[in-house]
Design a protein around this ligand. Sequence first.
Ligand SMILES: Cc1cc2nc3c(=O)[nH]c(=O)nc-3n(C[C@H](O)[C@H](O)[C@H](O)COP(=O)(O)OP(=O)(O)OC[C@H]3O[C@@H](n4cnc5c(N)ncnc54)[C@H](O)[C@@H]3O)c2cc1C
Length: 467
Amino acid sequence: MMEKTAIVWLRRDLRTHDHPALSAAAESCERVVPLFVLDRRLLDGRFASGPRTAFMLGCLRELDEQLQALGGGLCLRDGSPEQVLPELAAQLGASEVYWTSDVSPFALERDRRVTKRLKAIGVEAIPSPGNFCADVSLPRTKNGKPFSVFTPFWKAERELPRRPLLPPPAVLRLPDGLDCGALPESPQLGDQLAEPFCRPGEPAARAALELWLDGPIDSYAELHDNLSGGTSGLSAWLRWGCISARETEQRAQQRGGEGAEAFVRQLAWRDFYAHVLLMFPDNLKLEYQAKFRQLEWVSDEQGFTAWCEGQTGYPLIDAGMRQLAATGWMHNRARMVVGSFLTKDLHIDWRRGEEWFERRLLDAEPSQNNGNWQWIASTGVDPAPYFRRLFNPILQQQRFDPRGDYVRRWVPELANVPTKRLAEPWLMSDDEQAESGCVIGSDYPAPLVEHKQERLRAIERYKAASA
Ligand SMILES: Cc1cc2nc3c(=O)[nH]c(=O)nc-3n(C[C@H](O)[C@H](O)[C@H](O)COP(=O)(O)OP(=O)(O)OC[C@H]3O[C@@H](n4cnc5c(N)ncnc54)[C@H](O)[C@@H]3O)c2cc1C
């Protein structure tokens, strides 16, 4: 019998464990070509990111090793998938192309075009699950509508069937003589991170998952808002598919307990925002709540730059933004507070914050970043009155960084400021400033705006837009 060849087109599913597309290809065909296409539209596009591209290349390097250990290897091509896939399929005589389906309008449109071109040359396109805990296209409200509120979504989604976890394929074989291509030797990636938050690739991801499940997860319910620790730190690996969300969910459920339950619920937010973007693709450009499309935003370049650089004079904001700049990650509580500050203290359009996050975060991904930015700007799904998501950066710091560990770590100018003054260092007397080696206005900026005043202004703006 003639041997069959399949291509597995990898995108953000850079792993060998629990990979339905890879396993199905290995089951169906004797020769399997795991392929990654370096698509310039994404790498140099609207949300280009040096740190994230470097992380992705690291994941690909690791994946190549994992695939080689199974007898195969990673094949790389430059270009557009619409062109590369039919060409390679024809060249190899491949009968099937597998991939893990995704939710963004860009991905959906691209996949439609690829499918059409493959079909035209008689090659079957086979989208598979693998990016989420469950099939995010399925949940519907009692009225048959997509969900726009998290809790009912979560109740519906957790009842959906789950696919069984898959081990890596036992063995993989590439076609003889295939030129696998190579990763760019010294890519021009622009700015890089001083202390990348985590190491790229499946082995590092699996080791981190084991460590997390082995104990720290038990305290998640209690500590997840603690700015200097308490969360899993798995987001970049989930974003790139170095571990599967489905496996993460199941392993946490097996661990059980209050911490694991809270963690599994949090993981469902990821599926929720994927569902939301799949159902409401216009959200990428427009406010989900139409009334807030009228909101007036301020154009304040100085304020925006101070926010980006962590120089606002509000210690928690500056700590979060500097953590992002240095590591490519920020604690969720800090993301919420800096998001609130940008949109409701500086009155700057959430899209600018979304873009800045896209450029720096290792875990940035359109459905998650857009969903969360619209949530904090109070323009998106899961609505709550806008004043409920208008955070006071002083109180948030006192509550979630009471000893000041997080702020002192990321804003070293404040290292010797007494804890009772740390959330409002501008209240230090001249003597206190001299003693702590932090003179406001020279060692550390005075607050850029006055929160109490800007809060009222934000309420007016939102009120006017919703009237
Ligand atoms: C303005 C803003 C922008 C954000 N942009 C992104 C983004 O681009 N990509 C991204 O993955 N997360 C984003 N988040 C969500 C959240 O901050 C991160 O997922 C989380 O901080 C990752 O850290 P962790 O893995 O330690 O999380 P944990 O608390 O350990 O949670 C476990 C996993 O659950 C998922 N999760 C947790 N919280 C959320 C959430 N609010 N929304 C969606 N999924 C969640 C993540 O996959 C996370 O890795 C954003 C949040 C805000 C407020």
